[in-house]
Design a protein around this ligand. Sequence first.
Ligand code: SF4
Length: 350
Amino acid sequence: MTELLEVEGLTVKFESAAHHLELVRDASFEIGTGEVVAMVGESGSGKSITARAILGLLRRNHRMTVEGNARLAGRELLALAEAEMREVRGRRVSMIFQDPVGALDPVVSIGAQVLEAVRRRRSGTRPEQRRRVIELLASVGITDPELRAKQFPHEVSGGMCQRALIAIALAGSPELLIADEPTTALDVTVQAQVLDLLKRLRDERQMSVLLITHDMGVAAQTADRVLIMYAGSLVEQGPTADIFGHPCHPYTGGLISAVPRVDAPRSRRLVAIPGSVPEAADRPAGCAFHPRCPLADDRCATAMPGPRRLGNQIAACHRAEEARDSQVHRWQAGPGGGGAGRLPEERAAL
Ligand code: SF4
């Protein structure tokens, strides 16, 4: 598979009188042509800011600096002038956001909003552009597109609004679609429909998709490969089957253990990862996950682990081999069976 997007050493810094923070630290990954890649992590792990940095959407914030490389089909995006970047956004890369109803203009009809995107990105006569709007609405599974085009966002469901946003994103026929939590605000059945739609569009258009989500279930259902982010760093990445089959980072194992499964035995416990993601200003020394990690040892509190390859996976963990062989059991063992779900000081007291 040829790589469409290659990100290397991406670092986002925030400077103020009080803080010098690294919001994203040295992130490297690729997305192949026609590949769906899920970026997963809890809120505050740096997923959205990574996507915005790649798209040049942080430039107006003069306190932020972006370092590293992000090449789209070999073309360096981070070096482009704003006018060139505007050409890339929409035509070659599009982004859809979390709150579909809020992302649409409430006083403009759905058709007019799609038409605006078509006019910005394509030439053609007015009748051709209007035909294109109807085609786009139909292509994202909106039934009776002529009628829907005349309606306003408050007159249709959240799922319909998300489909309209995807139609807007497709107006320029992008090679890469970045979908930032596209299903979070939707109920489960509509969520499944939107995920199926993304996979269908990928198959039909050979479009690559970067799917940002906090939900490992969504990643399992949709992605070819998974990137796991924690506290501004990519801590694990690999093919979806490998990541779910034998995660090499305890954080990945914790995320998997927290996913409910209808086919799991009744005795299986869901285990929450104790604690929460630290703020960028409060990250601990060493491995940022060590206060929450069931495998943490003395080295983890002082030395930051670098990425290492284990088979098809890359994991940033000093004890990745042990994590791969044991961690799911640790996380699922529960009280009296390894202390999963407890902070290290609580486990020590067991
Ligand atoms: Fe846990 Fe240590 Fe690995 Fe960090 S480096 S995830 S603390 S075992």
